[in-house]
Design a protein around this ligand. Sequence first.
Ligand code: ATP
Ligand code: MG
Length: 153
Amino acid sequence: QNVEILVVAQDVLERFRPVAQKNGVSLEIEVPEDLPPVQAEPRALQQILANLVENGLKYTPEGGQVIIRATRRDSDVVITVEDNGIGISPEHVHRVFERFYRVDTGRSREVGGTGLGLAIAKHLVRRLGGDIVLESQPQKGSKFKFWLPAHEP
Ligand code: ATP
Ligand code: MG
């Protein structure tokens, strides 16, 4: 199925707007209008983005921001969800996609969770033929980047 990233991102943004407002974190989308659609199940893509945005809002202190971006790269569409929140230190970065893995910091403990959101996101991305990576620096923020095959008309 062909899915427009912009449409799904807007859905997710609508859904999380109240949480963003409550947390005092701005939530934005930067997706070009002429981006090709991706081949994906709409619900899978929605779940992936929702899990990443939910984390961004959970692990970013008041005054911060979460941005969804997308761009074309060869035959893929690359989507990033970036925040300027608490970040993840190098010893944890490669483990956060494991089931039930949670970094034990003040904020993670405070907000709670089961440690499944990223494992699910990774599973779904790979099932759709892509992959997901994380770049992060403690106290600076996190950038989750995943890619999916673009639909070639
Ligand atoms: P769940 O998503 O199941 O409710 P969770 O958010 O703790 O719980 P994941 O979404 O899998 O679980 O994330 C795993 C861990 O990675 C989190 O507990 C947190 O420590 C860390 N993490 C994930 N996203 C971020 C982020 N954007 N900024 C900082 N830390 C993050
Ligand atoms: Mg989560």
